[in-house]
Design a protein around this ligand. Structure first.
Ligand code: NAI
Length: 337
């Protein structure tokens, strides 16, 4: 029996993600929590015939902390897209003031009600909200580094799609899944797109390559601008989160103990790592990197086999950026020293 809970389920990401998860056969109970509209979203989705139990929860008032406890009880996976999205001109960091408190409170509740659950943090700024989630669970004494993920999958989706277009469609985006990956952090130039062997296709067209890198790093801005004040990426993000959660489900329900490869923003210093260079591990505790997930969570953090010279430089720059964002998240929970 697998129970998955979405916190922020009635939002722009939450609703399509709830729909996708409603159709997933590996989930037996889908629990939807938001401060507004969740009961309606759950009622709507409940008319789709599946084997799942689905329930929607919303607090009765500001002081109601019981409802979220019921929503989270016995969850195996908790997915958090709660918070406010970006408006034009805002960076992910501008969201910090509001989303930091929301994530801290929600993770606190998860730590109390389902301390063993896998936690997937979508709410931005991920570089800071994941450290907040980690520190909050540590305070409660229930933190497990193998079960905490910052969801950076959308950077990977964008890289696959944009690289395929940059290669004039000669390589379908689906062939780039797992081959071209984005590492680093999840904001602007802390995102490092790795194009593996595909660099040779750009030849001397350095401009094309630079354009691709910038497009992956700032792809979110394209959507924020196009939506003109009505939010940020929601449908592509729900697809990205679904790909991640579906892979996680494969790993934790595998009867034969098989593992799954993914990429996520994780706390590398508390996990088993392979070939992670010192220029990363010496300077930052967190980074988005390829991971191997098994039944009990992350088994290994692996560094990619090949990085070009510009990719190494971008990674070094990302380390510096992520380091500062992590400190910001840490200080939010513990107070600055
Ligand atoms: P939205 O505003 O459409 O939805 C957010 C939902 O969270 C709303 O329904 C709201 O009622 C709910 N919420 C707020 N406070 C809550 C609380 N205390 N408890 C439960 N629910 C609460 O925003 P959207 O577009 O769905 O984005 C959500 C978050 O995801 C934002 O922080 C956004 O920046 C982030 N995001 C992350 C991406 C990533 O790659 N990790 C990509 C795109 C967005």
């Amino acid at each position: 029996m697998v129970k998955a809970t979405i916190l922020g389920a009635a939002g722009g990401i939450g609703q399509p993600l709830s729909l996708l998860l409603r159709l997933n056969k590996k989930i037996d109970e889908l629990s939807l929590y938001d401060i507004v509209n969740t009961v309606g979203v759950a009622a709507d989705l409940s008319h789709i015939p599946t084997h799942q139990v689905i329930k929607g929860y919303a607090p009765k008032d500001k002081n109601d902390s019981k409802t979220i406890k019921v929503a989270l009880k016995d969850s195996d996976i908790v997915i958090i897209p709660a918070g406010i999205p970006r408006k034009p001109g805002m960076t992910r960091d501008d969201l910090f003031k509001i989303n930091a408190g929301i994530v801290k409170n929600l993770v606190h509740q998860a730590g109390l009600s389902c301390p063993d659950a896998f936690i997937c943090v979508i709410s931005n700024p991920v570089n800071s909200t994941v450290p907040i989630a980690v520190e909050e669970l540590k305070r409660l004494g229930v933190y497990n580094p193998r079960k905490m993920f910052g969801i950076t999958t959308l950077d990977n989706l964008r890289l696959e799609e944009f690289l395929s277009s940059a290669l004039a469609g000669k390589v379908p985006a689906s062939d780039l899944y797992g081959d071209a990956i984005a590492i680093g952090g999840h904001s602007g130039d802390s995102i490092v797109p790795l194009i593996n062997g595909w660099g040779k296709n750009f030849g001397s067209k350095e401009e094309e390559y630079t354009k691709l890198v910038k497009r992956v790093q700032f792809g979110g801005d394209e959507v924020v601008k196009a939506k003109d004040g009505k939010g940020s990426a929601t449908l592509s993000m729900a697809t990205a989160a679904y790909r991640f959660v579906n892979n996680l489900l494969d790993a934790i329900t595998a009867a034969d103990g098989s593992t799954v490869k993914e990429v996520a923003f994780v706390k590398i210093d508390e996990l088993k790592t392979k070939k992670v260079p010192l220029f990363i591990s010496k300077h930052t505790q967190y980074f988005s990197l390829p991971i191997v997930i098994g039944k009990d969570g992350i088994e290994l953090v692996e560094f990619p086999e090949y990085l070009s010279e510009p990719e190494v430089l971008m990674t070094k720059h990302a380390v510096e950026k992520v380091k500062l964002d992590v400190i910001k998240g840490f200080n939010f929970v513990h107070g600055s020293k």
